[in-house]
Design a protein around this ligand. Sequence first.
Ligand SMILES: Nc1ncnc2c1ncn2[C@@H]1O[C@H](COP(=O)(O)OP(=O)(O)OP(=O)(O)O)[C@@H](O)[C@H]1O
Ligand SMILES: [Mg+2]
Length: 456
Amino acid sequence: MSSEISIRADALGKSFPIYDKPHHRLMQMIAPGPKDRWHRTFRALNNVSFEVRRGETVGIVGRNGSGKSTLLQLICGTLTPSTGSVQAHGRIAALLELGAGFNPDFTGRENVYLNGSLLGLTRQELDARFDDIVAFADIGEFIEQPVKSYSSGMYIRLAFAVAINVTPDILVIDEALSVGDEAFQRKCFARIDAIRNAGATVLFVSHSAGTVIELCDRAILLDRGELLAQGTPKFVISRYHKLVYAPADQFEAVREGIRHEADNADVVPAIGQTASGDGVAQGGAAKEQDDACYEEGLRPQSTMRYTNRGAWIDDPHIETLQGRRVNVLRRGREYVYAYRASFESAAAGARFGMMIKTLTGFELGGAATAPHGTEGLTALPGQAYQVRFRFRASLAPGTYFMNAGITALEADGETFLDRLVDAAVFRVMPDAQRLETGAVDFLAEACVEAAAEAST
Ligand SMILES: Nc1ncnc2c1ncn2[C@@H]1O[C@H](COP(=O)(O)OP(=O)(O)OP(=O)(O)O)[C@@H](O)[C@H]1O
Ligand SMILES: [Mg+2]
């Protein structure tokens, strides 16, 4: 990776005037005397310094109002700094808030040309890329409609299609991806990957810890306009979670703790290295499973219940062997997938099942509590069971979904009494030490030896 600097912020600060009354803004313009008597000054960003190397993907996290969007806008040049400076090298494509960049009265087609030319493409270049942009956006006839008639999803599809088809040197994304549907998000992530592989720098604001851990080489934590920590995504996300979940009466102490730690620890790792405070097991000297964690926002949005007939599955979840609930797992470690099964009516030959699937729904593997066609368990009405499957997360880093099901033997054969599709979701953390390729780890053991000389 090149060590060339792509973005450099130096003691960057941004203040906004706050007017207590709307007419104070006017008074400031026309009234004689000192201007600052009509407003207070709010510091949205204060003394922020960092560097991003070319080709790095950096996540910016922080609570609402912490200054993330302000920082991105300063980098993109849509806001000017009040103090300090920021430099960005190369063509920047930005996906900022909805509404930025597009003219609502223009059609999708016109906005593609308008936006593309703002991003530095010539008319000929845009003509050549137009079909790709429209195909990526996949909004059909709406391309000829004014964008003010678009849904927020359609809007972001088009904005994203333009931004990533101009082959930017720097791609800046402000939480925009969460607007699109899952299929579109996956398409975008694949495209971001391609842009990264082409050597571009990506700056990414996200509230999703999983996305930051999955996508980013490094992360920055902002709080009240201040850069509180930077380092590996896992290091920064764990500090971010500490901050977000700190009890109100301890918040300031927790915040100071993070800041102090960041001041004293060299947590900015070289690319490919792990920060000292990261907690990532090195060289097999495994720390206990405590770095598996629970990410609040990581919940299935697509849970569906089929054929509820006399039994009921609830509380499907994953826990560590010690019983702590988790959904961000460490590759190769063992966990328990558990759910509660309650029977409303008697059931004979009851069997319980699980299945792990990829994001696209491909069934990777599962298990049942008894073989098919055997007697299983006889359940009485009102009885409940805790069903537990111990499994090893022998999977590539990524997001996976789980099913749960209960079957029983009825007169016409084995039938589902309850079935939950996408009952739970989990993520497997990235792992720099990983040697396996593909989705499933077959526990292959490698051995390379010098070959004996050929006899013939
Ligand atoms: N034009 C403005 N005038 C006054 N205050 C502003 C302006 N723009 C932003 N702010 C304030 O600056 C602070 C930082 O805002 P910013 O939008 O950068 O936060 P954020 O981290 O992106 O938050 P979110 O997670 O909600 O998107 C907020 O307190 C916000 O109210
Ligand atoms: Mg924002």
